[in-house]
Design a protein around this ligand. Structure first.
Ligand SMILES: *[C@@H]1O[C@H](CO)[C@@H](O)[C@H](O)[C@H]1NC(C)=O
Ligand SMILES: *[C@@H]1O[C@H](CO)[C@@H](O)[C@H](O)[C@H]1NC(C)=O
Ligand SMILES: *[C@@H]1O[C@H](CO)[C@@H](O)[C@H](O)[C@H]1NC(C)=O
Length: 589
């Protein structure tokens, strides 16, 4: 442990508790309608997994009347982490199974969220800090040989295999313990895996809403971006010269850049617990060393699934959730998990705003136009409910900067639709958009909407002062400078991101969670080449969320495990929590 003494004081948060939240069986629904249920049978009773699955079939047959009906109904058989299965059942069938000997519990399947954000607009996952900051090669990184030989399993929305973060130049064959596979599918062949991205599986059973499947690749290919971002943060290659239109320029890399990656696609818009459990079960079979799940659940079935992995020596790292700063919002709070909160990093994207009276304010944005910023434009002032895309669309904003002022989070009935307003401003030839916002930790949303348009969120104090100026002057004017990246001592960091879920557990107040914190704000990591990212033509994108923080810790756990292969998940967790300080976290990121 002396080796990690530099890791000292926990930047770690902490708190809280035991898991379990309410699984709400929707009893009101008709008895005939079939839904996906998860049946938990406890520890598996046979070494031979085919016997475990036969047992599942026999049990279902005894309730459904025929083997055919059983095979038609079963969705997934779980046989490595624990014994259980998911199946399409009516409520009365599910109740009947509950009474059978050997059945511990039966619960309806639940859907869980990816932890990027509270906004559907905001995708992805992360990594990459300004490497100009890089110091001496870190001792742990060197001792672990950058994670060589480790396999990180990522259960998420899949992967974009062509990203440089997953290129396999210089890699030997997968570690001999690897027993996984590369499952082909739409736009993803078995050759899309390589010696870096060694495995890919996907789950598109009846537990997934068809509408989500239609808009996605029926394969491990990532149409959402979240899984690509998180996997590259945990174990992506060292990739030089990355940036987002020049911002955060530097080297992107995963926490364990020489680790191998195996992806399990269980998320298609949302993630189904039944599929996540299958991903965990497969990952245990396949031989992963570390499991990284940037998704949220308070589901006791999911908790039992992760317990199966941890009892087999596989540490499971999960995101705390993005429901902060309200307390008792943390998810994934089972004691055996490493639950990760998100912090800022010591990097800012500074934009100077100058008013017509030459008063200046410094704010953050991701405005990356080549030119502009050097001339004044007229500033149009919209107050409270006027901050509405339809209303703004009805006004003449061409060549002008739109300013939305809300004096506080309670001043409007619903949060203004800033992303839609930004789109309106862009479409109608506006010169920029500035607005007051409670949570300033989610810039990337506006970057994705259009880095060529200045979109600047402001704190309430600054926006109040600008509102006062607008009210005093006949024709208010503003100039917005191009964003410049700063890092180091000018920036106060880390602090816990506003959105990061806080403990303690809403259910068991005595269990302290989250366990640790890692960078999760404006993290640059690999992009899937779909949607907005494709149209922007970028390979690395920003994202924020505890989803981005989680794989930082997964990468570090892989390094530690590589140096101490005999340490249990609990020992790895303890070592990190009692010795970590924020430096190690950002050096890796
Ligand atoms: C996926 O494959 C189909 C069929 O080969 C092709 O038409 C389509 O362009 C591919 N999509 C992408 C995003 O590569
Ligand atoms: C990064 O890009 C610059 C300019 O294109 C080039 O001079 C430099 O060699 C590149 N660095 C690396 C490590 O590829
Ligand atoms: C914006 O206004 C124009 C003209 O008034 C109208 O044609 C257009 O449909 C509006 N756009 C939206 C998105 O409401």
């Amino acid at each position: 442990m002396a080796r990690f003494s530099e890791l000292r004081a926990p930047c770690l948060l902490l708190l809280v508790f035991l898991l379990y939240s309410s699984l709400r069986l929707q009893l009101s629904q008709g008895l005939k309608q079939r839904r996906v249920y998860i049946v938990y049978l406890g520890e598996r009773q046979h070494e031979d997994v085919s016997l475990v699955t036969s047992l599942h079939h026999d049990l279902l047959t005894s309730v459904l009347g025929s083997k055919e009906a059983a095979l038609e109904s079963i969705v997934h058989s779980y046989r490595y982490g624990f014994s259980g299965f998911s199946a399409m059942l009516t409520e009365s069938q599910a109740r009947k199974i509950q009474t059978l000997p050997g059945v511990v519990s039966v619960k309806e399947n639940t859907m869980v969220r990816m932890h990027t954000t509270r906004s559907w607009d905001f995708l992805g996952l992360s990594m990459g800090v300004d490497i100009k900051q890089e110091q001496q090669p870190n001792e742990l990184l060197a001792a672990a040989n950058h994670g060589d030989g480790m396999i990180i399993g990522v259960i998420d929305s899949g992967v974009w295999p062509e990203s440089q973060s997953f290129a396999d130049d210089g890699y030997g064959p997968p570690p001999s313990k690897w027993k996984g596979t590369c499952q082909a599918g739409a736009n993803f062949s078995a050759h899309d895996c390589n010696r870096k991205l060694i495995g890919a599986r996907w789950y598109a059973g009846p537990d997934i809403d068809r509408r989500f499947l239609q808009g996605d690749f029926l394969s491990a290919r990532d149409s959402h971006g979240h899984g690509t971002h998180t996997a590259s943060t945990a174990g992506g290659n060292v990739v030089h010269n990355t940036s987002f239109f020049g911002l955060a320029a530097g080297t992107a890399r995963g926490g364990a850049p020489r680790a191998r990656i195996a992806v399990y696609k269980a998320c298609w818009g949302t993630c189904s617990t039944a599929s996540v459990l299958k991903g965990i079960d497969h990952a245990i079979h396949d031989g992963v060393d570390v499991l990284s799940l940037s998704l949220g659940s308070t589901d006791e079935m999911a908790a039992l699934g992760t317990l199966g992995a941890v009892t087999r020596g596989i540490p499971v790292i999960m995101a705390a959730g993005n429901d902060g700063p309200t307390e008792q919002t943390v998810q994934n709070s089972s004691p055996w998990l490493l639950t990760v909160a998100a912090t800022t990093v010591d990097r800012s994207f500074l934009t100077v705003i100058t008013l017509g009276n030459n008063r200046q304010f410094v704010a953050q944005s991701m405005y990356v136009a080549d030119k502009g910023g050097d001339e004044f434009s007229q500033l149009l002032y919209y107050f409270n409910d006027r901050c509405d895309p339809d209303y703004i669309n009805s006004t003449d904003i061409h060549g002008k900067v739109v300013f939305c002022y809300t004096p506080g989070p309670g001043s409007v009935s619903a949060p203004p639709k800033y992303a839609d307003i930004a789109a309106t401003v862009r479409r109608n030839g506006g010169k920029g958009f500035i607005f007051s916002q409670n949570n300033l930790d989610s810039l990337d949303l506006y970057a994705i909407k259009g880095p060529a348009l200045p979109c600047v969120p402001l704190d309430f104090k600054t926006s109040y002062q600008i509102a006062v100026y607008c009210n005093r002057i006949g024709i208010p004017k503003i100039k917005i400078s191009t964003t410049r990246t700063t890092s180091g001592s000018e920036v106060v960091a880390p602090r816990i991101a506003a959105f990061s879920s806080r403990g303690p557990s809403p259910i068991y107040h005595g269990v302290l969670k989250p366990d640790i914190a890692a960078p999760g704000v404006y993290i640059l990591a690999a992009a899937a080449q779909t949607g907005a990212y494709k149209s922007l033509g970028v390979s690395y994108v920003f994202d924020s969320g505890t989803s981005m923080a989680c794989p930082h810790i997964s990468g570090i756990v892989a390094l530690l495990k590589s140096v101490h292969p005999d340490w249990s998940p609990a020992a790895l967790k303890s070592a990190l929590m009692t010795t970590g300080n924020y430096l190690i976290l950002y050096i890796y990121s």
